[in-house]
Design a protein around this ligand. Structure first.
Ligand SMILES: [Zn+2]
Length: 485
């Protein structure tokens, strides 16, 4: 597969916490989108320069689900001239050997050191060795029986490992990496990763190699998980789940392939050519994306299905992750990351409302206003920091509803077209920000609609009048006055 996607990091950390209530409302007037020739070059990616070299990880892992352990050897090869950054690994790892360029060295865990962002279980490694280009660490890690960060574990019914488990030495400074991975594990579980399978080198061993830089080594294997691939004229979808998901399998395939086709039509072809693999992992916890692998919670989805609009909520949560095939346009290491989440959540909300109707929108709105009532900071959407207590409200929910209101109010129906332009101009440099968003909106969308959206995204908290105005712009029937926030 050609390297069409620029290197970039993605810590798409998504808590899917929506609850729902029924509140039917009339459907908005539907207006056909105007046809207009696209003024931008949709195929710029075909002329993209080769990405710069990134660190490469060679990882050999023997996983014992019954003992909750992994025994591994990790070799990092850094680009020439790049000094070693601080590396981290799970605090319970036991380093058995360390080498740099095959010269013996020492590595020990600074167990009293601070963890890196997002990986509370990891601690810094202190290296004592000559400088060099390759670092090889052998280690064992026992994860115990409790899931790490609610989502990672080594257990007989599920092996799920990503950076949250700190299961290989990593550095937050390396925001893009390539890897090759060999795994041995007893049993015949299908092993899924965010890389491409390659021919096994030995019986009982599976191997993978990345086609393009990513930001994590993610692996899911469970004896009860099976996959089905759906042919598609856009991104191909592989849906993996257990028999517990059987009643929802067909509708999920339909909705997810619909979403991929819809986003391709709205925003143009995704930046990453790959089969989108969605795994409903048999666990609780939350979902995350490691392209082209998306892992969500089968247990959470099952709980959704027992509540009103359960299918819609299940769909919205997973489609948010699928939307990140497009919305990786802003730098995830900065507060501009709000734009990735806002656009993914808007895309998912709009698709879900289009699919399930405005009864679902009314229910989602009620959940949203309940979340607004619990806001802690009064920060505006644009300006909410990544570590804010209101991150989910301000990065995901508020802009999603504000954009949907704008889309429904724009007389020219050009909001999605403008967002497609943001995608096409930003998937390479990943430098989209509010300025670039409003630049495109001002080119294509009605001025008054753009001004209202800007005011809402810059407003420090949303008062009752703002909530009422957004609700009206969404076309929802007037309801009870929203509560305090
Ligand atoms: Zn997201």
């Amino acid at each position: 597969m050609p390297l069409r996607c620029p290197p970039g990091a993605l810590f798409v950390l998504t808590a899917l916490t929506l609850s729902c209530a029924s509140d039917p409302a009339p459907a908005p007037p539907s207006r056909p989108p105007p046809t207009r020739a696209r003024p931008v070059d949709v195929d710029r990616r075909d002329r993209a320069p080769a990405p710069p070299p990134v660190p490469h990880l060679r990882l050999r892992a023997d996983i014992d689900p019954g003992a909750h352990t992994v025994r591994a050897t990790a070799t990092w090869t850094a680009p020439a001239g790049v000094p070693w950054p601080t590396l981290y690994i799970h605090r319970a790892a036991r380093i058995t050997d360390a080498r740099i360029d095959d010269a013996p060295g020492q590595a020990h865990l600074a167990v009293d050191g601070a963890p890196p962002p997002y990986v509370d279980v990891a601690r810094p490694l202190r290296l004592s060795a000559p400088p060099g280009r390759t670092l090889t660490l052998s280690y064992t890690l026992a994860l115990g029986e409790d899931p790490v960060a609610d989502v990672n574990q080594i257990a007989p019914d599920l092996v799920e490992l990503a950076i949250y488990a700190g299961w290989y030495p990593f550095s937050p400074a390396w925001r893009a990496l390539t890897y090759d991975l060999e795994v041995t594990m007893p049993g015949d579980a299908t092993v899924l990763t965010n890389a491409t399978p390659v021919a096994a080198t030995a019986p009982g061993r599976v191997a993978f190699r990345t086609d393009a830089p990513g930001n994590d080594v993610a692996l899911v294997a469970a004896p009860g998980v099976h996959c089905q691939t759906t042919r598609s004229d856009t991104l191909q979808l592989r849906l993996c789940d257990t028999d517990r998901s059987a009643p929802h399998r067909r509708t999920r395939q339909t909705h997810f392939t619909d979403a991929l086709r819809t986003f391709t039509e709205r925003y143009s072809r995704a930046a990453l050519d790959a089969t989108a693999t969605v795994v409903y992992a048999p666990r609780a916890g939350w979902g995350y994306s490691r392209f082209p692998l998306i892992v969500v919670s089968e247990e959470r989805a099952a709980r959704s299905h027992r509540e009103p609009f359960g299918e819609a909520r299940d769909t919205r949560g997973t489609v948010h992750e699928l939307a990140h095939f497009w919305w990786q346009v802003a730098d995830t290491s900065t507060d501009d990351d709000w734009l990735n989440e806002a656009l993914a959540e808007y895309s998912a909300l709009r698709f879900t409302v289009d699919t399930f109707g405005d009864g679902y929108l009314a229910a989602a709105w009620d959940d949203f206003t309940a979340a607004c009532a619990k806001a802690q900071t009064g920060e505006p959407v644009i300006g909410t920091p990544a570590d804010s207590a209101d991150r989910y409200l301000n990065w995901y929910l508020k802009p999603a509803f504000a954009l949907l209101a704008a889309a429904r109010q724009d007389p020219n129906q050009m909001v999605d077209y403008a967002l497609g332009a943001v995608f096409r101009f930003s998937y390479e440099d990943r430098a989209a920000d509010a300025k670039r968003l409003f630049n495109q909106l001002s080119h294509h969308v009605d001025d008054a609609v753009t001004a209202t959206l800007s005011q809402r995204l810059h407003a420090p908290g949303w008062d009752d009048a703002t909530l009422a105005a957004v609700r009206s712009d969404l076309g929802l029937a007037p309801g009870d006055p929203p509560g305090p926030r």
